[in-house]
Design a binder for this molecule. Sequence first.
Ligand code: SF4
Length: 372
Amino acid sequence: MRIGFPRALYYFDYYPFWAGFFHCLDIEVVTSPPTHRQIMDQGLKKASDETCLPLKLLAGHIQAFKDVDWIFLPRIVSVEADTYTCPKFLGIPESMLPAIPPGMSVLTVNLNWRKGKRQVLKDLEVLGEQLGKSKADIRKAFSQGLEWQQNYQDSMGAEWNFEESIREINRARKNSTESVQVPTLVRLKDRVLAKLPARTSKYTPESRIVDQKTTERLRIGLVGHSYLTHESYANLNLLKRLREKATVELVQNVNQEEVKRHLSGLRKKLFWSHSKQIYGAGKKFVADQKVDGIIYLTCFGCGTDSMVQELVSHKAREQHKPYMVVTLDEHSGEAGLVTRLEAFLDMVERRRAHEGYVSTYGECLDRNSNTV
Ligand code: SF4
């Protein structure tokens, strides 16, 4: 049995779970290819005009499947207590039905972690019945999915490369034997980190100016949904371009304790899981003296970002942190993005180099003083 898993939206957060889950059930998971022009065009034809770019891309990826038994479109209602996913997530799979190629079937399941792990397991058992799997099989697959997801999350760090971690999961899936059940992501992370050039000195407030002027790269916080920051076609290779010039901190790599700590000042709780992560991590970047500037990556039609972006920008203004918003849509042009990016990085770099500089040139303003 082959299940089509679109390389869009929840792929960027939860693919490890589903890869582990279906692998344990002996079901092959086929992902659509990385986004290209045709996928984007197909998505634009089938998705509603008012929806956001990631949903349009999802519609395009769905149409890229040729030879699968089912297209998997889970309805992810919530992933933790007290929050929901964005309303557009909740509308899947129905909102995607016009994009389903003729003759193909949709496989779906409701996932609502607000109702607890037991309920999630029950819902997965219903899915299992459809696939001809027993409850025991589903329980085992569920544990494996959680384990893979946990390993994936543990392996995330500031320098972590999403594509490498997914490659490693797929390698583990293909080469899996009885003794190799879990992707060796943590070991892979060590390998990736070992390849990175060592920093010349440890950060201390005193060493900061000398350090930065001579050796340290710029450090930029990239704030936005995982399916925008890692979607290199839609974001015109923004992450790669940034990494060529600066060390990039991603909101997905900020741990939950830090996020919670920075959410504490809000008068009202945020409803949406992604927005919580984005706001909490964004606020942490604002407060972090090691982060030189922040880029907020958003897209037209994103309801949650219309509020959260304002909140983060307000915090950045308060702290005089350099801040830029990049809004993507299907018409975004590469030249415009490159120009804005270079201008922003130049500005951050100049600011860092000259921030503490006070010119001694010129007349003394206080003429009555006997100091020079
Ligand atoms: S959070 Fe924004 S970008 Fe993501 S699915 Fe919802 S509206 Fe679209």
